[in-house]
Design a protein around this ligand. Structure first.
Ligand SMILES: [Cu+2]
Length: 184
């Protein structure tokens, strides 16, 4: 019975590490956080934001995080946010493909640079390719994901069609089967 308990713990560890492989938590502005004097265009450059990732805004009481429309973002128009946050630590789940726009709702801060836009893409493989502004053509990627995550139980072979989601589901199924085996 002790061995099955250890097996369960082991499986949970594998599951946790698998999840963290697939979802990235981006701390906006890194150690600077969400504040004045940070170039957020520079911060986003080179980063790939995918569905399932999270944005974490850390900021002082003199700021807010306002999710706004593209036009309000461009013109730094305050008072019309889609959502607004002011807790000082805000986690936003990127749960849909598309472009998201965030500004600070304090007068003058957006115009001074407290504005952030992120382009959220689907789960396709992106090997550090700097994404240009326009992504109109959706290329059917033939290459498998380049992440060389080798599951410890050899059951999950290479997924021919790309997509970390199918990969993840396959791992989950394997874990459930193993879990049944350990418990029985
Ligand atoms: Cu501000």
């Amino acid at each position: 019975m002790a061995s099955s308990g250890a097996g369960v713990v082991c499986l949970l560890l594998v599951l946790c590490s698998t999840v963290s492989c697939l979802a990235t938590v981006f701390t906006v502005g890194d150690s600077s956080g969400w504040t004045l004097g940070v170039d957020y265009t520079n911060w986003t450059s080179g980063k790939t934001f995918m569905v399932g990732d999270n944005l974490v805004f850390n900021y002082g009481s003199g700021h807010t995080v306002d999710e706004v429309s593209e036009s309000d973002y461009n013109t730094c128009t305050l008072g019309n946010p889609i959502k607004t946050y002011n807790s000082g630590s805000t986690t936003i789940a990127l749960d849909a493909v598309g472009t998201q726009f965030y500004i600070c709702g304090v007068i003058g801060h957006c115009a001074s640079g407290m504005k952030l836009t992120v382009n959220v893409t689907g789960g396709a493989t992106t090997a550090a390719a700097p994404s240009p502004g326009n992504t109109t053509t959706t290329s059917t990627s033939a290459a498998p994901p380049t992440t060389d995550f080798t599951p410890p139980f050899g059951t999950v072979s290479e997924t021919s069609s790309s997509g970390t989601l199918s990969h993840f589901v396959a791992i989950l199924i394997t874990l459930v089967e193993l879990f049944k085996f350990v418990v029985s």
